[in-house]
Design a protein around this ligand. Structure first.
Ligand SMILES: [Mn+2]
Length: 398
């Protein structure tokens, strides 16, 4: 017999699906939250029968269970831990631990891809096209490579995962991977996905107007309250407000918070670490402690949300040769323009700010961080220009 303890997200459940394909009813699978795993491991160690081989995927155990598993292994117990989180790399010190973050070719790994390769290498499973396709979709979703590759199928797989119970999803996928040549969604699922995607779009549009800006250490963060669609939300808000280093998503009811960044230079697993959490460079999480509550909830409660840049402008465009007009909540008006070949400057209320920037983006980041300014609409830009022209006329005629 096998027992698999895995994470309760798509990648974790992907492991359960692969295990069921390999072992059928010879495997018992339990999906856990990050905090639930240790209880399950303790239960196993106290109640197992020695013929059961324990596998742990996409999660790692606490220090106490780490020691107990090592004793169990030394005592001839069968155990294998497979993970791809860089915070778990120290488990490679054990014979029963295998943590790989990156493949030889530089692509990132996922727990599902590691388990599939492991089972193939142990000859516990036969290679198959459709399973390989499924594993690759899960891997691309879990590592966010799908975004770079615009792999909508990978994204949709995760959307579908959240639309049904874990058991239904697992059963459906096991059947599909057993019987199909290639991985596909059926007609009903496609309809569901379409509806859900519209739903997510509306949700994100609403949340975009609720984002507040705060500073923590050297970083600028956007804070938003949300219970669903954390990945999509973190990604969309990050792109909408690129001057923010990362997005904090607060789930007050669940007393949890998630951190997401779209920037390569920012490591949100470090930010989560400040509050006792962890995760990946681009996505991490932690429990909403009292300290975090003060930082992200109490401190930001009085703030007004960021205003979105005007959309669909024809004239007031970023990095235009006429300059670009911004406004802030105190009615300050900023004109960002290119002063010389390598220099951008800002006029605040028609006065030079006596600051130079080496690019348009650098100047805009300054404006947005310091003043939370937004791109004005065309009408305001046009009247600003007319005002400037008239002023010059009056100056030259007097
Ligand atoms: Mn994973």
């Amino acid at each position: 017999m096998y027992k698999l303890l895995s994470h309760n997200d798509l990648d974790g459940v992907g492991c359960g699906i692969i295990a069921k394909l390999a072992f059928g009813d010879q495997v018992q699978v339990r999906y856990n939250s990050i905090s639930g795993l240790n209880r399950e491991v303790e239960y196993f160690l106290e109640n197992h029968d020695s013929n059961t081989f324990l596998m742990i995927t996409d999660l790692s155990v606490n220090e106490e269970n780490e020691k107990r598993l090592e004793e169990y292994y030394q005592d001839k117990g069968g155990v294998q831990l497979l993970d791809h989180h860089k915070t778990a790399l120290s488990f490679n010190d054990y014979d029963w631990g295998k943590v790989v973050v990156q493949n030889q070719d530089g692509t990132l790994t996922s727990a599902t891809s590691l388990l599939y390769e492991y089972l193939l290498s142990q000859e516990l499973m036969e290679p198959s096209n459709v399973i390989e396709e499924f594993v690759e979709l899960v891997r691309q979703y879990d590592t966010w490579e799908w975004e770079k590759n615009d792999n909508q199928k990978a994204k949709r797989l995760n959307t579908l995962f959240f639309l049904m119970s874990i058991n239904d999803f697992e059963e459906k996928m096991v059947n599909r991977l057993r019987t199909s040549e290639h991985f596909h969604f059926d007609e009903f699922e496609l309809k569901l996905l379409e509806m859900e995607e519209k739903n997510i779009e509306r949700y994100i549009r609403r949340k975009r107007r609720e984002l507040v800006q705060t500073e923590l250490g050297e970083h600028y963060a956007g804070v938003v309250y949300a219970e669903s669609y954390h990945s999509e939300l973190g990604n969309e808000l990050g792109k909408e407000y690129p001057h923010l280093d990362y997005i904090v998503i607060l789930n007050i009811g669940g007393k949890r918070m998630g951190f997401r960044t779209i920037h390569d230079g920012v490591d949100v697993s470090e930010v989560a670490g400040l509050f006792g959490g962890g995760g990946h460079e681009k996505a991490s999480g932690a429990i909403l402690t009292e300290e975090a509550y003060k930082q992200f909830v109490a401190k930001t409660f009085v703030l007004e949300p960021l205003k979105e840049d005007a959309k669909r402008n024809r004239f007031n465009q970023k990095d235009s040769s006429f300059g670009t007009l911004y406004k802030d909540r105190s009615d300050n008006i900023f004109l960002l323009y290119q002063r010389s070949e390598r220099e951008w400057a800002i006029e605040k209320n028609h006065e030079d700010m006596e600051k130079a920037f080496s690019s348009f983006d650098e100047a805009e980041i300054f404006l947005k961080r310091k003043y939370q300014a937004w791109l004005e609409r065309d009408e305001a830009f046009v009247s600003y220009l007319i005002h400037e022209v008239n002023k010059k006329k009056t100056e030259s005629s007097s």
